[in-house]
Ligand binder design. Structure first.
Ligand SMILES: [Fe+2]
Length: 194
């Protein structure tokens, strides 16, 4: 029987997390406080209920494009992912397609979704006050065993970054804490032919 390489969820700790959080979290909190929901994305309650900067251009929070920050939060963990898993084909080039923050308050949630138009996606757990609620599910699993193919990430602590193929479905059930802040990234990768 032939089996295609499957979807995966990789996680690693971001070096220097404490300093990154100290640098970034006040800026995000200030954006949310000043905005008061006027321009930030409070998306359709059918799909999510969370304050997000999804869709803002990179000038809105230029820190998310800072090369040193991206090196620590994304590129080092991604290198680690390919180093530790030789069955994953290493791209010749990867770049950030877009980056945004998600600011969850108590009972906020994000329904099942995938990230379109990118290769890999990453979630950086910048501020957690509870076990991380993100759940991944394999939408290609046999329907009779779908329930067995959910992967919870409760064991991951603040300062972790999670990397996964962008078309892997995931969701965030209603949060129990008063504040949960994550950063999301879409990563576009290209591969050498041959
Ligand atoms: Fe997502």
């Amino acid at each position: 029987m032939f089996q295609f390489p499957g979807p995966f969820v990789f996680s690693a700790s971001v070096e220097n997390h404490a300093a990154i959080k100290e640098w970034l979290l006040p800026k995000i909190t200030e954006k949310v406080r000043k905005d008061e929901g006027k321009t930030l994305n409070l998306r359709d309650k059918k799909f999510s209920e969370v304050v997000s900067s999804y869709g803002k251009n990179s000038q809105y929070l230029p820190e998310l494009t800072d090369p040193s920050f991206l090196g620590q939060a994304i590129w080092c963990p991604m290198d680690q992912m390919f180093d530790e898993n030789p069955s994953l084909r290493r791209p010749s080039r990867s770049q950030i397609g877009n980056a945004w923050f998600n600011y969850f308050e108590k009972s906020d949630w994000h329904g099942p979704h995938v990230h379109h138009f990118s290769s890999f996606s990453a979630i950086y757990l910048l501020h957690l006050e509870e076990k991380n609620p993100t759940v991944f599910c394999n939408q290609w699993a046999l329907s009779s065993s779908q329930y067995d193919y959910h992967y919870t990430t409760e064991h991951l602590s603040e300062g972790s970054v999670i990397i996964f193929p962008s078309d892997l479905m995931h969701y965030v059930p209603p949060t129990n804490s008063h504040k949960r802040v994550t950063l999301s990234f879409n990563i576009t990768s290209t591969y050498e032919l041959g």
